[in-house]
Design a protein around this ligand. Structure first.
Ligand SMILES: *[C@@H]1O[C@H](CO)[C@@H](O)[C@H](O)[C@H]1NC(C)=O
Ligand SMILES: *[C@@H]1O[C@H](CO)[C@@H](O)[C@H](O)[C@H]1NC(C)=O
Ligand SMILES: *[C@@H]1O[C@H](CO)[C@@H](O)[C@H](O)[C@H]1NC(C)=O
Ligand SMILES: CC(=O)N[C@H]1CO[C@H](CO)[C@@H](O)[C@@H]1O
Length: 295
């Protein structure tokens, strides 16, 4: 992780702070490319960032990590847009690029004041997604920070909220016919807030209210622990397949009893939509992987 050593002179720091518009510690800023610099405000302690949408002429905020990850644990503490967040979508996701891209998504669908946020997730492998799952959260995600993370190794991908697994995706290659697991697919981390009025809230019935600005989503205390490899870098990808990130140990290679019970609890109580249960969509032939994944 990049951070300033003691070697910078005061003059350099003053200059940097004028350029960056913040004081001192750019530890987090240095790890990201901001596509909307005015809408990405880093905190002076170097550990957090606020994505802020202020108006309709710049209706989104977004940034991408400079590092690309191939297996690992990637997470952050996030506090979502309070009050009227209808129509907004706040994201935290990993993605590669191109027609065969991979993607793991956390997308938070806003709502009118007092109505519950929905956590929408999806998984793309080899350019193919369609694995939407939506859950209600068991807390108000706008009053405090909560920890959202992906744990991804060669056998298992798990999405967690405050250490509770909300979805898992096992490597079913050789088990479910035609199944592909993301195993040679480095991804960058993206954060964004955007106007999803067309579909996000109450199926698109409620649009963004531009008098409710600013929309602020806060992220902090990132854990970006993974094997680094750039997209298409075959030797680096192969190297990652032989690290502790690929095989962190027996307890991480399967979900285990306790986590299975927690996941079942989520499935029984909090699911709003699960692609595996949408029989009509699949003309009553559900994707083969649904016979194996709990969620
Ligand atoms: C809209 O927001 C952007 C970025 O936050 C800002 O630079 C711009 O001045 C604002 N435009 C208006 C019309 O207020
Ligand atoms: C918003 O609130 C309504 C009413 O409680 C609820 O039906 C809906 O699922 C909530 N979430 C979204 C994203 O629409
Ligand atoms: C289901 O059937 C409809 C109508 O025949 C077709 O358009 C659609 O592509 C089918 N969907 C799937 C997932 O096979
Ligand atoms: C502008 C506005 O309505 N702000 C309110 C958002 O919600 C918090 C906590 O629920 C209130 O304290 C604010 O007044």
């Amino acid at each position: 992780m990049a951070s300033f050593g003691g070697c910078l002179t005061i003059a350099t720091l003053v200059l940097l702070s004028m350029v960056a518009g913040s004081q001192g510690n750019n530890a987090l800023a240095n790890q990201f490319t901001t596509w909307t610099p005015k809408n990405c405000e880093f905190t002076p302690d170097g550990r957090g960032v606020d994505l802020i949408v202020r108006n309709q002429s710049m209706p989104y905020a977004s940034m991408t990590s400079k590092n690309w990850f191939m297996y690992g644990g990637i997470g952050a503490w996030i506090k979502l847009i309070p009050n009227n967040s209808a129509g907004t979508v706040t994201t935290f996701y990993l993605s590669s690029t191109g027609p065969k891209h991979c993607e793991f998504d956390f997308e938070f669908l806003g709502n009118v004041s007092g109505q519950p946020y929905v956590l929408h997730s999806n998984i793309f492998v080899d350019g193919i997604g369609g694995r939407e799952q939506q859950i209600f959260l068991w807390f108000d995600p706008t009053t405090d920070y909560h920890y959202y993370n992906f744990q991804w190794n060669k056998d298992l991908l798990v999405f967690y909220v405050d250490n509770t697994p909300i979805r898992m995706f096992r490597n079913l290659e050789g088990i479910a016919p035609g199944f592909l697991y993301p195993k040679a697919c480095p991804m960058a981390l993206y954060l964004s807030v955007w106007d999803g009025s067309k579909w996000a809230t109450q199926n698109g019935r409620v649009k963004i209210d531009w008098t409710a600005v600013p929309f602020v989503a806060s992220y902090k205390n990132f854990r970006l622990n993974g094997c680094l490899a750039n997209q298409g870098d075959k030797p680096a990808i192969a190297a990652c397949q032989n690290t502790k990130w690929a095989a962190p140990g027996p307890r991480s290679q399967t979900i285990g009893g306790t986590r299975t019970r927690k996941l079942r609890e989520i499935k029984n109580n909090y699911v709003r939509y699960n692609y595996c249960d949408d029989l009509k969509r699949w003309n009553y032939t559900i994707p083969g992987e649904c016979n194996y994944n709990v969620l």
